[in-house]
Design a protein around this ligand. Structure first.
Ligand code: SF4
Length: 190
């Protein structure tokens, strides 16, 4: 796989884990292929499975509100999931499913070369940042890896369940933009 279209074609016909038998549509990442900010969630939900697009439905509206609060649009970011197929009943992804699907995320990250990676929720943070990541305590904190800064915020579905998380997540998104701008000032060439 060397191009975005290679990844899309592989994902579209992938049967590397049992979720290929229960999914309706695989959900490839969407957004700008030159984005500086990459958002990574755990897996597509039920509506995403029906439409084949990430973050549609109620969680998507929350995400749009968060982006709007810091003057970002979906066209300037890239958003994807660790799993490209919906786990039945929205259960947590199994380790073997994450392992089977992870190469797609690695290729997306390799092609994009983001300045900032934002994990949406505990599952993504524990897979990408640290296995013992505590989203309640650590959201909004930063880790650096090579030329990339990593952080995590509450998943939009957690905000749907507990709207009191909205304001602190908006503050985290403002910091994400500030960090992106700081990194771009330090080294404007990707
Ligand atoms: S979840 Fe990933 S590895 Fe499993 S079938 Fe879907 S695309 Fe393939």
């Amino acid at each position: 796989m060397h191009t975005w279209s290679d990844i899309e074609q592989h994902v579209a016909s992938c049967t590397c884990c049992p979720l290929s038998r229960t999914r309706h549509l695989p959900v490839m990442g969407r957004g700008s292929h030159s984005a500086d900010i990459m958002l990574i969630a755990e897996a597509p939900g039920g509506q995403e499975d029906q439409e084949g697009l990430p973050f549609v439905g109620r969680s998507g509206k929350i995400l749009d509100e968060l982006l709007e609060s810091c003057s970002l649009t979906r066209e300037e970011i890239y958003i994807t999931n660790i799993l490209k197929c919906h786990p039945p009943g929205n259960r947590d992804p199994k380790d073997e499913e994450k392992a089977a699907c992870f190469p797609y995320l690695k290729y997306e990250t390799f092609l994009l070369k983001p300045r900032v990676i934002v994990c949406l929720g505990r599952v993504a943070a524990q897979r990408i940042i640290s296995p013992d990541y505590k989203i309640t305590r650590q959201h909004g904190t930063w880790t650096c890896r090579k030329d990339c800064a990593l952080t995590a915020v509450y998943h939009p579905s957690a905000i749907l369940r507990d709207p009191s998380k909205m304001e602190e997540t908006k503050a985290d998104f403002k910091e994400i933009v500030r960090k992106r701008d700081e990194l771009l000032r330090g080294n404007p060439d990707k």
